[in-house]
Ligand binder design. Sequence first.
Ligand code: BGP
Length: 478
Amino acid sequence: MDMTKLNDDFLWGGAVAAHQVEGAWNVGGKGPSIADVLTGGAHGVDRIITTEIEDKYRYPNHEAVDFYHTYKEDIALFAEMGFKCFRTSIAWSRIFPKGDETEANEAGLQFYDDLFDELLKYGIEPVVTLSHFEMPNHLVTAYGGWKNRQVIDFFVHYSEVVMRRYQKKVKYWMTFNEINNQKSFKAPLFGYTNSGVIFNDAENPEETMYQVVHHQLVASAKVVTIGHEINKDMQIGCMIAVVPLYPYSCHPDDMMLSVESMHDRYLFGDVHVRGEYPSYAYKEWERKGFNIEITAEDSAALRAGTVDYVGLSYYMTNTVRAGVKGEGTATAGFEGSVPNPHVKVSDWGWQIDPVGLRYALNLLHERYQLPLFIVENGFGAIDTPEADGTINDDYRIAYLKAHIEEMTKAVTLDGVDLMGYTPWGCIDCVSFTTGEYKKRYGFIYVDKHDDGSGTMARSKKKSFNWYKEVIASNGENL
Ligand code: BGP
């Protein structure tokens, strides 16, 4: 093996999630999902959670970028860029509209059959997330979301149905997108979309969150076990948001705060990979008086269903400083978070730190000794088309180039075992945190705007041909 380069089978591609691209929210028998009751984006309405669909709000995910109807045209463009893989998710409520049915919705299953066939026609490997920030809304209103243990069985049933159906078409799977972001329970959007849980006043939200995520970890482990029984060649991974927390200084208290804060980031990956909770989790529960229900059967399931690889998203690092109240960004509003004076931030306050990617890959490689897969990375920005319609997104190229350089160092200099790289939002889509169209990531521009205007026409940005050359040269020509 030539250690000075990426492997020839490196999985270059792009990533999206069903609810952020598909639209067609009530087509083909699909039931409303949790993403369909999130307002935001268009008409300047904040992204807020509603439990029922109300007419007075606009719900951007209902239409998204209409990928449900345009996937053939879009996949042809991915193929033109030379994608080796494409990451998307299955919308659970296309398969089980309410979530608690026994029989699956055939039209939903057929849609993903057709989608995967279209990818395979071009030799593009589907990489599939089973749960990416959405679940049937009925499971929220009737069962209380993942707070309820019964949801484990519904999810396992759904996963078994789709893994059996697509076992010859899909080799790479992931269970829950950014499962660890729920630890940011102070940011209710992540907690809600991951788990459909709204905390009541009588409960400690942090304790509830641990119980909720425990149910998901058990469900994930059961799905890994079942997936391997269905087809032993399936590669089933977890997916964690990696936001390394740097110490603000070499002061020992800053160093220790960094270690303690990283526990929050690692906890869920530790269970996925090792099949048991780390010691610091038990200590935290004991200290805070939390009572998390973990049955003997749960523990056995966790031990049996450890993952094959670790999928990760990487957008930024954060920094922590002992003794200060958090003054971080939207995603980092925890005690002790402070701006890092050495890095710039995006228009949305996300720290731009390419070296942090190499650092993150090293942390995970050393901790888990499993193959890693960067399934999200990218630069959300406002793109302004020139008079002739071209989009010169040099800022996006610069961001991706710097990150690919650092990623390559992690492989060639540090020996990290890296499966692939799928930049987020390879085609423009609805932003998750803001519900906007204007926060764009794509190589492919979609003419759709927050005021509801736009033709949905697709066009290539400057980064399209740049990324095509990156893939063709296996990362050499940046
Ligand atoms: C991750 C999510 C994605 C995605 C991305 C970018 O947290 O997994 O769904 O949207 O972040 O975030 P945003 O769209 O808010 O810019």
